[in-house]
Design a protein around this ligand. Structure first.
Ligand SMILES: Cc1ncc(C[n+]2csc(CCOP(=O)(O)OP(=O)(O)O)c2C)c(N)n1
Length: 317
């Protein structure tokens, strides 16, 4: 990764973290409803993987956090309006949390159930193949979600048809209150790739460079007609499962241990050592992020709620 790419990823990680903190405040103030699943702790892998995409690629994001949208460059105003149920959102305030759709950048939204992403990603991959393009699909999902039947059906079909899909598992060790080792027989989810004759790779999800390199390699394979890949990024969810989760199922020692591996200070330290990031740049990037969020919140607060008589608009095609 060159200097400017590292800084772009770092900027997106900071913007995502600050936005997440702001959304938590908006939820407490009753301005955003629904179950927001925070991505705090997982921004490195989300921002780095998305940085590897081309503008015309497709993205199926998971339910965890805002970094997918930030890194893909969806305007914050729109994201906030979606979350708050206001007209200015990508779905005009009718979708709520986790329903940001932005076809201009290949962002296909999220399925109503976990695991719905896999057949959608497979379908997008098939459409690319049928049309003869060289785009690719990046599909994020959690370790718990990898136990859905749709994962296995989709991996097999993508492998057999050599579809250009990169499956990226964010293994944060938990699915709500269920630790991965109690739900999943394999230690590394990437091992499942062997069952479909697909390459599987484990990376440190808190290291943006490892994630970026693995995604670049998988995208290259996808574009050249060699088919899908499975990447497992090991990470940790630093906040609760949703904003408001009492998080009583994890020990404080466990959570505190992982705060010491928070990817943001780790990346800051690395960039500082490399001479890429100075203290003054750090403060500037942080101030820029806060100012952007302030402007977006202000925009959102002025937007109306969708009119009741528009309930059936944009619903059927
Ligand atoms: C089919 C389905 N089952 C259950 C749920 C409820 N649910 C929402 S998030 C979640 C945990 C998912 O765990 P994982 O895939 O590991 O992702 P994480 O939340 O840890 O990021 C569950 C069970 C759902 N949305 N869809």
């Amino acid at each position: 990764m060159d200097r400017s790419l590292k800084l772009q990823i770092y900027r997106n990680m900071i913007l995502s973290r600050r936005l997440e903190e702001r959304i938590a405040e908006l939820i407490k103030a009753g301005q955003v409803g629904g179950f927001m699943h925070p991505g705090v702790g997982q921004e490195a892998l989300q921002c780095a993987a998305i940085a590897a995409l081309r503008r015309d690629d497709y993205l199926l994001y998971a339910h965890r956090g805002v970094a997918y949208w930030v890194a893909r460059g969806i305007p914050l105003e729109k994201v906030l309006c979606d979350l708050a149920g206001r007209e200015g959102g990508t779905n005009r305030g009718k979708g709520g949390v986790m329903r940001v759709v932005y076809p201009e950048l290949g962002v296909l939204g999220e399925s109503g159930t976990l695991g719905g992403c896999f057949p959608i990603a497979t379908g997008a991959g098939l459409s690319i193949k049928v049309k003869g393009g060289d785009q690719a699909v990046l599909c994020f999902f959690g370790d718990g979600t990898s136990n859905r039947g749709t994962f296995h059906e989709s991996m097999n079909l993508c492998a057999v048809r050599k579809l250009p899909v990169v499956f990226l598992c964010e293994n944060n060790g938990w699915a709500v209150s269920m630790p991965t080792e109690r739900s999943t027989a394999v230690r590394d989810i990437a091992d499942r790739a062997k069952g479909y004759a697909v390459p599987g790779k484990v990376v440190d999800g808190n290291d943006p460079e490892q994630v970026y390199d693995a995604v670049v390699e998988a995208l290259k394979r996808a574009r050249s007609g060699e088919g899908p890949s499975l990447i497992e990024a090991k990470t940790y969810r630093l906040w609760g499962h949703w904003i408001g989760d009492p998080d009583s199922y994890r020990s404080r020692e466990e959570v505190e241990k992982h705060w010491r591996h928070d990817p943001i200070p780790a990346f800051e330290e690395k960039l500082a050592k490399e001479g890429v990031l100075t203290d003054s740049m750090r403060s500037e990037i942080d101030a820029e992020a806060r100012a952007k969020i302030d402007r977006a919140v202000e925009f959102m607060q002025k937007q109306p709620s969708p009119r009741p008589d528009s309930a059936l608009e944009d619903v059927f095609a």
